[in-house]
Write a protein that binds this ligand. Structure first.
Ligand SMILES: [Zn+2]
Length: 114
């Protein structure tokens, strides 16, 4: 009876120490990856582990990269783009044109009039 209590007590005390020994307290980093369908996945890696360039999307299986604006191409030959990718592309094109127009406008206005 006395020995049973002693064992239970030692198990409680061993818990945190055992976790530290198994390395569960090691720092981990979360890295975001985006696939061509713009699914975001954030696997975590040990801070000293090499982060892979690509990660398989758990939702559609496409390769996912760390650049949200340039996800890796899906593994098929036909040109395929999601509607959202089209919208994003159009929008950024329009933004670029607008920025350029504004820059030209500013340049014109800044030019002294003779
Ligand atoms: Zn996906």
């Amino acid at each position: 009876m006395g020995s049973g209590n002693a064992i239970r007590g030692s198990r409680v005390g061993a818990g945190p120490m055992g976790e530290a020994e198994r390395g569960e307290a090691a720092p981990r980093v979360k890295v975001a990856f985006w696939c061509a369908n713009l699914h975001e996945t954030r696997p975590s890696f040990a801070s000293d582990a090499a982060i892979p360039e690509f990660w398989d999307c758990p939702r559609c299986g496409f390769p996912a990269g760390q650049d949200q604006d340039n996800p890796p191409a899906p593994p098929r030959n036909e040109p395929y783009k999601t509607h959202l990718a089209y919208v994003k592309e159009r929008r950024s094109d329009a933004d670029g044109a607008q920025i350029l127009a504004e820059a030209l406008e500013r340049l014109r206005n800044a030019r002294p009039l003779y």
